[in-house]
Design a binder for this molecule. Structure first.
Ligand SMILES: [Zn+2]
Length: 235
């Protein structure tokens, strides 16, 4: 009996694998390699950014979303290369994971989100032009704000931390150069002893990952983006 094995020599006759049409979420672990980011109380930003980002991507996949990471190991990647990666993948959203530091006061703590909204571009025109801004689409800016608010609120609920709001930073390369809604999350302050201590624990990183995922899911349900598209249609 050999007729059943025809496909073994003719793989071109097999049905094509199903294309994954689900929107792709890119999780970016800030810093890496020679760039350690900030540090406080013995906690190094690049390390906990990576472990939190990896947990977030895993959480997203477990909940049925498609997710990938800009880095999975301790390597340096330029901000331009991170943004290029996101654009080339046609991502639906980018979440960049960071941890904060301030010399102002060790009492400052909590989560903060940053976006780059081109609606404030006129004031930042000079800076933006220097960065070679690819997109002035106001719908992407509005969607980034909605995503930032959803993530921040969900992280505050899940990880029980202080809400420090969303800020517009048109000069932030990783969020400004991406064509899709993009948010940078400063999860906690490594200059605050309590924030730094719990940021280093797997349990709290898991809470952050769950919070970011909750925010992303809530946001994705509220927006009509095309399954494969990387742009929010103007409304
Ligand atoms: Zn950082």
């Amino acid at each position: 009996m050999t007729f059943g094995l025809w496909w073994w020599r003719r793989p071109d006759l097999l049905p094509p694998p199903l294309r994954d049409e689900r929107p792709l979420i890119v999780i970016d672990a800030g810093h890496g390699g020679v760039d350690g980011g900030t540090q406080g109380f013995g906690v190094l930003e690049k390390d906990i950014a990576l472990s939190t980002a990896v947990r977030t991507a895993r959480e997203l996949r477990q909940r049925g979303l498609r997710a990938t990471l800009t880095r999975t190991t301790d390597i340096a990647i330029t901000l331009e290369d991170r943004a290029r990666m996101v654009n080339n993948l046609g991502a639906a959203a980018l979440v960049s994971v960071h941890f904060n530091f301030t010399t102002a006061s060790s009492l400052v703590r909590g989560v903060e989100t940053f976006i780059s909204d081109p609606k404030e571009l006129s004031a930042q025109r000079a800076v933006a032009n220097q960065l070679g801004v690819p997109s002035d689409d106001p719908a992407v800016g509005a969607a980034s704000t909605a995503l930032a608010d959803a993530i921040r609120t969900a992280v505050c609920t899940q990880a029980r931390t202080a809400d420090r709001g969303t800020r517009n930073r048109p000069d932030l390369a990783v969020t400004r150069r991406t064509h899709c809604p993009a948010v940078l999350v400063e999860c906690a302050y490594l200059s605050n002893p309590d924030d730094a201590a719990r940021a280093a624990t797997p349990a709290w990183q898991a809470s952050l990952a769950q919070g970011i995922t909750n925010g992303l899911m809530q946001w994705s349900h509220s927006l009509p983006f095309a399954p494969t598209g990387h742009r929010i249609p103007a409304r």
